[in-house]
Ligand binder design. Structure first.
Ligand SMILES: NC(=O)c1ccc[n+]([C@@H]2O[C@H](COP(=O)([O-])OP(=O)(O)OC[C@H]3O[C@@H](n4cnc5c(N)ncnc54)[C@H](OP(=O)(O)O)[C@@H]3O)[C@@H](O)[C@H]2O)c1
Length: 331
């Protein structure tokens, strides 16, 4: 089968023949129709995560996608051949920029009925990130006041819609040219990050979702009410998560020092600091599919590339200027 992979960190993405995946018990084989680009894909290809994730070359690329169930492994009862599905794969077992992909069935969900494969492929990683950051880590519920940084990005465009679907009041940051879209997605307040300061405009927030990194932490804490939560998806994961993936003493020490520093900054503001490294979950994805089928969330696609163009799709993502998601279609 044709697939995208790298043979060394920092090298260009190769597109070539790879063996068909095995189909262990409990897995489904999916004929891929589309996959989406997430910044983690090109960060992995660059080697940014090599201290945390011990991956073997060739490293197959691609973290989520949509397709049709082609074959069932032993014991799979929750899907049938021909089902249209979408999913986020496990971090240690990537490779959705490929014609076929095998995955444990519990990580898969039925694709929303009202979405194309391209649209559905754009959802899993950012959808699960939004649910896990806002609901699980942040404790978001109806009436929560939530600030979502970088509202025009892949995570942001989903997170705004998800928070509104959950009954939250949503502020977001963006440049002027994104305002019309973000209003349409339901944002209650939009801060122009090029001319306004969030701490001058917002106060008393319950949750901040940080998709930009440490540069926005100090200002974000000023926006939170006492006891409010900053959930970041950037930087070093929490000590427990680092311990799950890495065994090296130095990696764990660096994580502890970093997390102590983050914690101290939060304490100074009477706030709570949390890091999310999102994880795959078919059950949560089914919840998201229900919101999509109910018309509460739609896909925002920045651009579409073919499987032969994965490197070009990565270059587009690396600009940090995409609006919504970048999708790779697969024949
Ligand atoms: N830990 C995890 O589990 C996890 C999960 C998902 C994502 N992430 C990380 O989260 C980050 C965001 O991911 P993404 O997919 O949303 O990225 P993305 O789609 O590449 O984000 C691009 C968007 O960010 C906006 N932006 C850039 N700088 C901004 C600023 N200073 N203020 C406000 N908006 C700004 C841009 O809007 P303009 O062009 O208008 O500036 C653009 O629309 C990535 O670093 C990714 O690796 C982590």
């Amino acid at each position: 089968m044709k697939a995208a992979y790298i043979n060394s960190y920092g090298s260009k993405v190769q597109i070539g023949e790879q063996a068909m995946p095995d189909l262990p018990p409990g897995h489904v084989l999916i004929k891929m129709k589309a996959a989406s680009v997430n910044p983690i894909d090109w960060k992995i290809a660059k080697g940014d995560l090599k201290a945390l994730l011990k991956l073997r070359f060739p490293i197959m690329l691609g973290s989520d996608g949509a397709g049709i169930v082609e074959q069932l492994g032993d014991g799979v009862a929750d899907f049938k051949v021909g089902d249209e599905v979408f999913f986020r794969c496990h971090k240690m077992d990537m490779g959705t920029f490929a014609q076929y992909f095998a995955i444990p069935s519990e990580l898969v969900a039925l694709k929303p009925n009202n979405m194309s494969f391209e649209e559905a492929a754009s959802i899993p990683l950012v959808g699960l990130t939004s649910l896990q950051a806002l609901k699980e880590k942040g404790g978001m519920g109806p009436g929560s006041k939530v600030l979502i940084h970088a509202g025009a990005g892949g995570v942001g465009t989903f997170a705004i819609q998800y928070a509104k679907a959950c009954g939250a009041y949503v502020a977001t940051t963006a440049s002027q040219k994104r305002f019309a879209l973000l209003k349409e997605l339901g944002a209650d307040v939009i801060i122009d990050y090029q001319s306004q300061k969030i701490e001058d405009e917002l106060s008393g927030y319950d949750i901040v979702l940080d998709t930009l990194g440490e540069a926005v932490h100090e200002a974000s804490y000023k926006v939170l009410k006492p006891g409010g939560v900053l959930v970041t998806v950037l930087g070093i994961p929490d000590n427990e998560t680092v311990g799950e993936y890495a065994s090296g003493f130095v990696v764990k020490l660096v994580a502890r020092l970093h997390n102590n520093k983050m914690q101290k900054q939060a304490n100074k503001h009477g706030a709570i600091y949390k890091h999310l490294l999102m994880y795959a979950d078919g059950g949560q994805l089914s919840e998201i599919a229900a919101l999509i089928d109910a018309g509460k969330i739609r896909a925002i696609i920045d651009s579409t590339f073919t499987l032969d163009q994965v490197q070009a799709a990565f270059e587009r993502s690396k600009t940090g200027r995409s609006q919504g998601k970048i999708v790779v279609t697969i024949d």
